[in-house]
Write a protein that binds this ligand. Sequence first.
Ligand SMILES: [Zn+2]
Length: 306
Amino acid sequence: MMRLNFYAGSGLDRAAHRRKDEAWLADRLRHPQAARIIPWWRGRHLVTGSDDAPLPAYLPVTADWWGWHLSMPPIFLGDDGTHSYFAVDLSPMEDVDTHAEVAKLGRFVELRSLGTRIGQRAGGLYAYTRALMLWHGKHRFCGTCGAPTIVAEGGHSRRCTNPECNAQHFPRHDPAVIMLVHDGGDRCLLGRQARFPPGMYSTLAGFVEPGESLEETVIRECLEEAGVRVTDVRYHSSQPWPFPSSLMLGFHARATTFDVRPDQEELEDARWFSRDFIRQHQGSEQFRLPPFDSISRQLIDAWLRG
Ligand SMILES: [Zn+2]
């Protein structure tokens, strides 16, 4: 069974063969019934509906007002069988919160503030949009020669404008491991960073370093962050995490040492929790787990189920 974590599962056929077909892309953008336009504004997404049940909102395909505000051509995301989805960057707009045409459609909000209430498909669609938009924003210049780059392949690459260089650049992810460490019995190791909400404990995590396998990263991070040695590193599932550009690779691992020594620069606390403690105290002021949109919560819940 494929485990589908939140921020994946947009359900789109990415139709990569269409990315270089400029005539087809332009044609889809001319037909109101053929396209859905997802706007992005300075890190925020457009939603409508109530805060409890937000829904994705789209720009009217043929309206003339938004085309003037784009920082770059529309990005082709893919097809759902009925519509072709495009993402557009409206960040040059200064007055988005008071713009009359925007107000008719909805409001711009941070993706993480929506949580799982936005639903799997829209969550996946918005995370996909966010990852691409953030990558474009940071790659306007060529990393090889320093010349400006331009959008290519429907927004899935950038090409250097220096004809002597002509380098092509593709969206990047930063692989990170995230792991539920258990003692082989009834306890798991959770830690908290100072920036977490009060009482929240989560799994350990860290970026994969150059020249390192995922298993080596899990072992190193557990030792660095909590002073605990682990073995039996087992893959669980993965999650796109565009905050800003990670791919989370989730594992379970078994501890072979149990004395916890948190690295105070990374964690303000780390300790062992029993299943009974978590079940009894989860959601209290004293103790809470990470939100459901995170892979950390899925790793913990999978272990709780045994
Ligand atoms: Zn270049």
